[in-house]
Unconditional design. Sequence first.
Length: 513
Amino acid sequence: MSVNEVDMTEQVSDLELGAIFDKVFDVKEGIRTSKMLIAGKWVSSEKRETFDVRTPIDGSIIFRAQMATPNDVSQAVVAAHEFRKIRDLPAIERIEIFDCTADILEQHKDNLVNVLELEAGKTIRDAEGEVSATIQRLKLTMEEARKSLGDYMPGDWSIGTVDRMALVIREPVGVVAAITPFNYPLLMVATKIIPALLAGNSVVVKPSSSNPISAILLVRALDKAGLPEGCLNILTGKGEAVGDILVTHPKVDMINFTGSTPIGQRISKMAVMKRLHLELGGKAYALVLEDADLDLAAERCVFGSLKFAGQRCDAVSSILAMESIADSLSVKIVKEVDQWKMGDPRDRSVWLGPLINPSAAQKINELVMEALENGAQLLRGGKFYEAYYEPTVLDNVPTYARIAHEEVFGPVVTIIRIKDENEALNFAKISRYGLESCVFTRDFYRMWRVAKSLECGEVTINDCPSHGVGYFPFGGIKDSGLGREGIGYSIDEMTNLKTIVFNLAAETLGKRR
Ligand code: NAP
């Protein structure tokens, strides 16, 4: 594989980021070391300890980042608690800041794409898609804000409130701790901090330590765009060290977490009475019914399984193929998979880059091997080199194999052959996850019946699940989480309702007295 021969160090020192990002980095031995934004200042960690950020492309060090200490965490939270100017800033000025941030990102689009390719191993088209979605999300803030305007409630619809009316307004919850995963290192941070700040909250964000750099660049763009000091802070460091202190800090009012189910469950135990929004793991099933358009189903299921090497919570994780069409679907799937070229993600002809690190490839391989030991058939792939896992197709996967139930988070298309629609629905229902699923059929009645029966937060009909900028709300039930993310819906999660009741009879009473 040619990726072994790439001299990354030389290429990374050439990486152009733009002058506005200079204050975010120190350069030592040709490698940039990022700083953290705490109380309006770009600073090193208290103990000046750093950790290496490696590219999944060849494992070389591309950046270094600060290792936040407990004291750094505390300072960031206290700053967020004390600097509440964002709350008093007129909403229209908040929106201007987001518009200006969108312009900054637009000007540095190519730099951001390059950073995502390097720190996440994203292919050019995946990286471009993520940067565009982030800019689009910033541009949608006016629409997002409109959904938080509150309600006017005349009281004469109920006997006890005839002489009253109420305004139901939304107020910020206070300090939001935003903790994000590695798979969308830029967009996921944006989808949390934009609505949080727009609603008047202050924020402490902790991005994944696998790839924190694009998040730092986004925070710098917001800082440059004029966000008041202290209302947005970014900490870098290892999850287990930073996370527990952040989650339990008495001045953190809400935790908005996206990541794996075990970490989400740990956070929910530690957070006790704090407001929680948890976007956790998923296991999207694709039900392909007898009357489906099989070309469409094969193309969309493969795309849904392999996009960003399957490292997506909404990835198509197992295909439940009705027995009568399974042979022909399987042939079409293999043809589709054969078009996915794997390699260095910076090559535009490559559709499938590396996983986040070699240990992710090993974990996926354990699931694939266990399925094969239990009688599954390997139609393609099944081999890996460091972080690169071949696009893999498993057919005739038994329903008791681990891969039929666990989140895969890798480029594996898993076909489970199922007798009929009812059996497929019953199988999907036993899943511990409830994030997304999809169904392929031409029959409207079946679309509706299956969509109503599946126990999950979102069902897509005749396509694979996909979140895009978050225009439609998404989120999970069961072990997939709590709450909904999306334009306006995220604001609902990050605000408290306050009801202000006006006694309209008071003036009349006064006159009578
Ligand atoms: P992860 O290992 O759970 O990490 C997520 C974040 O939590 C990272 O910033 C991590 O920091 C931090 N963390 C680790 N231990 C912590 C602790 N004890 N307390 C607080 N924070 C802690 O997840 P990941 O591997 O990055 O991401 C993949 C997972 O995210 C998958 O399960 C995927 O399904 C899920 N996901 C869900 C959605 C959704 O919308 N439902 C979207 C995207 C991803 P470090 O990086 O430093 O460990």
